[in-house]
Design a protein around this ligand. Structure first.
Ligand code: NAP
Length: 323
């Protein structure tokens, strides 16, 4: 058997992402010891019942002691406070990472607390579901999904390479970019689409002339696909919008301009403008399917293992045979 990449992996937070990392670390022999820490005793107990780790801690500092890889798998807004808690216990030479959906704000919160003796390599697996907690994790979550690393220019290249190998062994494709670029790209592919979904579901819920039962009854005509995204975790998404404010506002301004021109096309009966746009968007959908990031099947894999998946793209994570 080959040597594990890490001696001791510490996972702080054991929800959907933390538990999926634990399952991968175990299945692929990536760490000799998996130490799990979380805030609430009931979550820790559940992680233990599921056998996700080798040791279980309510104090994050205890879990990170002697760890050579520490990954924060907690809401973006909590990363600063937790880093402060663990800083003194970090082993010199350890790699410290996270999985937060926003990178600039996470770096700004964590970096000031980290000792110079550790290697900080922020990460974001572009994979997820609208489910939360330790039961939500599954082994295939990261398979054929991108994981973006955003080290600074001065980060040790060997540390970046080790973390790259960790994510690749979990099935991910890895790309390195700056924190600023990450936040801009994610604003348009993930954050603004979630905001639109939250908004349209909220608008439908507030309508007085259409009943709630009609909204539910006729939802398969399009609304249903928005409700999956709008069911995502409220804490996580509140934190994303508060911490990626500038990039989201920039993309939202462009979105509003484009929406206004669609409004104008409808008002003036400009069918050509509508047809041209819908033709271009259909080609983008084809490109996503061809890139293996979704399946062309019309039911989006709803027939098994729960409704749609992933943070940035629709459906099928657990069931699609072509991923
Ligand atoms: P989750 O299922 O809700 O799990 C969050 C975990 O963090 C739970 O174990 C929770 O523990 C713990 N936690 C919360 N606040 C904490 C605190 N202050 N101190 C210590 N532990 C705390 O969330 P998730 O979906 O795994 O998301 C975790 C991170 O991954 C977020 O930063 C998110 O941006 C990122 N991410 C999510 C997705 C996605 O689609 N879900 C995709 C990519 C990246 P308790 O139960 O003990 O409170």
């Amino acid at each position: 058997m080959t040597e594990p990449l890490f001696e001791r992996l510490a996972l702080i937070g054991i929800g959907l992402i933390g538990s999926s990392i634990a399952l991968n670390a175990r299945a692929h022999g990536l760490a000799r010891h998996i130490a799990i820490a979380t805030r609430r005793p009931e979550t820790l107990k559940r992680a233990e019942e599921l056998g996700l780790g080798d040791s279980y801690h309510l104090e994050a500092a205890e879990a990170v002691r002697d760890a050579d890889l520490v990954i924060l798998c907690i809401p973006v807004g909590s990363c600063g406070a937790v880093t402060k808690e663990i800083a003194a216990a970090l082993k010199p030479g350890a790699i410290v990472s996270d999985v937060g959906s926003v990178k600039g704000a996470v770096v700004a919160q964590m970096q000031p607390h980290l000792p110079e003796t550790v290697h900080f390599v922020p990460a974001h697996p572009i994979a997820g579901t609208e489910q939360s907690g330790p039961d939500a994790g599954f082994l295939e979550l990261f398979r054929n999904r991108w994981c973006i690393l955003t080290p600074s220019e001065t980060t040790d290249v060997q540390a970046v390479e080790r973390l790259r190998r960790f994510w690749e062994a979990s099935g991910s494709n890895v790309e390195v970019m700056t924190t600023e670029h990450h936040d801009l790209v994610l604003a348009i592919v993930s954050h603004v689409p979630h905001l639109i979904a939250y908004n349209i579901v909220g608008t439908a819920a507030d309508l007085e002339t259409v009943t709630q039962s009609e909204v539910v009854k006729f939802s398969a005509s399009g609304f249903r696909d928005f409700t999956r995204i709008a069911a995502s975790d409220p804490t996580m998404w509140r934190d994303i919008f508060l911490t990626n404010r500038d990039a989201v506002l920039e993309m939202l301004a462009r979105f509003s301009e484009d929406l206004a021109s669609l409004q104008r096309a409808i008002r003036w009966g400009d069918g050509d403008a509508l047809f041209d746009l819908f033709t271009r968007t259909r080609a983008i959908r084809r490109g996503i399917v061809e890139a293996g990031q979704d399946t062309a099947r019309a039911d989006f894999g709803r027939s098994a293992a729960g409704e749609g998946k992933t943070e940035a793209a629709p459906a099928i994570a657990t069931v699609a045979p072509d991923r």
